[in-house]
Design a binder for this molecule. Structure first.
Ligand code: TRP
Ligand code: ZN
Length: 469
């Protein structure tokens, strides 16, 4: 949406102002009004600096070379974006190594780094509605982002390479980005690594996928052709045992560090089984390939990186694989507009585990729910608000994973199985490759059930207390 400048408002009321107007470039055909800086954030209450105003990214091409021995990264990221305001300048989020140069539409642009903001001032203003390209070259040693509450994210060094895991705001550690989940884009990865190492990323390898060797390096190209949030972008470099197969007519590409063979030899098969089951329950799988990557990361979590989740050592159990793959529908395809709605990702992915158990000879979801419901009113279990846990509480096990799944089950109890399973498929279908809010879920559940569900969601999401049944 275009914001009208305060200056334009004065002019419209007929006041005479002797203020030099910003020069309007000759090629400004689409936008009218003054050229203004894009905002430094998108107003996310948990991550106010993440994301930037004034443009929408369509595609990222990330070309990089990584040398595990020296930990040196040399990279050029090219962004194709469309201005949504007349931009005099704009920000990207970037916390990566030293920048060599920045170009906009093929011309050198000036830039400044302020915290996580990379402020880019192009030679010419960028008219609203027009597409532009930004190319940023940088080199040096990338660093993971360490946060007391959120753990380690971003570019993570491993013994023989590196892996990227970036939820919620680690993408800026390795490429300049509009780092907000609402700005999805397609991606091309051209990754060069020393001969003998394997490279994996989101999506599918392009053509043969591997070129070279040249100068001891090989370049692998991977494409994610469906819209993807920046925190779900993934690259894995290192020694891997790769298995290629087919599930439901699409590629299943899994890989594990050879030292994890014992733990992860079932990753490929469980992935295929989970995807087949989930497609029945949740609707058509949203991407054109699946798989998984397992490596020794020391982060103690798995992440639902789009089309190909990543698992740390110790995360090879079937429920975890079911969870990460359920995220392909809940979180990846149906994305978040705001991080405070993280329960929409984790509650549904955790509930998929409960459903999987229920349908594979384990306890019913009702039983699992009843066990957790035993937590006493007033106990710490009910302390945070599931629908607004605070930035540092966004991965709280009880408030988000367990009570998120309980919220889904409370809804199922209220609207009945038939409407509930229709809701799961309608939600994933209507919001495929898009972003949503909790309000959207409530509206859909009310539409399908014909019930007023305001009180139920209010009790489960917005009260720090045990809800009545
Ligand atoms: N979203 C991941 C999952 O549940 C987990 C995760 C990512 C996480 N980052 C984290 C958990 C940081 C705790 C802390 O699949
Ligand atoms: Zn999860």
């Amino acid at each position: 949406m275009r914001r009208s400048s305060p200056l334009a408002a004065f002019v419209a009321t007929g006041l005479t102002l002797i203020v030099p107007l910003p020069a309007v470039p000759a090629h400004a055909s689409t936008g009218s009004g003054a050229y203004v800086p894009g905002s430094a954030g998108l107003g996310d209450p948990y991550f106010p600096q993440a994301g930037n105003g004034g443009y929408d990214v369509g595609h990222y091409t990330i070309r990089l070379r990584f040398t595990p021995k020296t930990r040196h990264l040399g990279a050029t990221t090219t962004i194709t974006a469309t201005a949504t305001e007349n931009l005099s300048r704009f920000d990207l989020d970037f916390s990566g190594p030293k920048i060599g140069k920045v170009e906009v539409n093929g011309e050198r642009a000036s830039y400044a780094r302020k915290g996580q903001e990379l402020v880019v001032t192009p030679r010419h203003g960028l008219p609203s509605g027009k597409t532009f390209t930004v190319e940023v070259s940088y080199a040096g040693r990338p660093k993971a982002i360490k946060d007391r509450a959120l753990g380690v994210t971003g570019w993570i060094d491993t013994k023989d390479g590196a892996v990227v895991l970036a939820e919620p705001d680690g993408a800026r550690s390795w490429f300049p980005v509009n780092d907000n989940p609402r700005d999805k884009a397609t991606y091309t990865f051209e990754i060069s690594a020393p001969e003998g190492l394997t490279v994996l990323a989101n999506g599918e390898p392009k053509n043969s996928g591997v070129a070279g060797p040249r100068g001891g390096y090989r370049t692998s190209t991977w494409e994610m052709r469906r819209p993807m949030a920046s925190y779900l972008a993934m690259v894995a470099i290192g020694k891997f045992k790769v298995t290629q197969g087919v599930v439901d007519g699409m590629p299943n590409i899994t890989a594990y560090d050879p030292s994890l063979a014992k733990e992860f030899k079932h990753l490929h098969g469980i992935t295929a089984k989970a995807i087949t089951w989930e497609s029945k329950i949740l609707g058509d799988y949203p991407f054109s390939s699946t798989g998984g990557v397992a490596d020794r990361l020391g982060v103690y979590y798995a992440l639902e990186t789009q089309g190909r989740p990543v698992y740390d050592a110790g995360m090879a159990d079937e429920p975890t694989i079911v969870h990460e793959l359920a995220h392909q529908w809940f979180g990846d395809s149906v994305g978040l507009r705001s991080w405070k709605d993280i329960w929409l990702n984790e509650g549904f992915a955790s509930y998929a585990e409960w459903l999987y158990q229920e349908q594979h000879g384990g306890p019913s979801a009702e039983n699992t729910f009843a066990e957790h419901y035993k937590h006493k009113a007033g106990s710490a279990f009910w302390k945070l608000k599931t629908g607004d846990p605070g930035r540092n509480g966004m991965f709280d096990w009880n408030a988000i994973y367990v009570r998120g799944a309980m919220t889904v089950h409370a809804l199922r109890r209220k609207i009945g199985d038939e409407t509930f399973f229709t809701l799961l498929r309608t939600w994933t279908k209507e919001n495929r490759h898009s972003t949503v809010t909790t309000q959207d879920l409530i509206a859909l559940a009310e539409r399908l059930s014909g019930q007023n569900l305001g009180d139920l969601f209010d009790a489960w999401l917005y009260k720090a207390a045990k809800p009545k049944l």
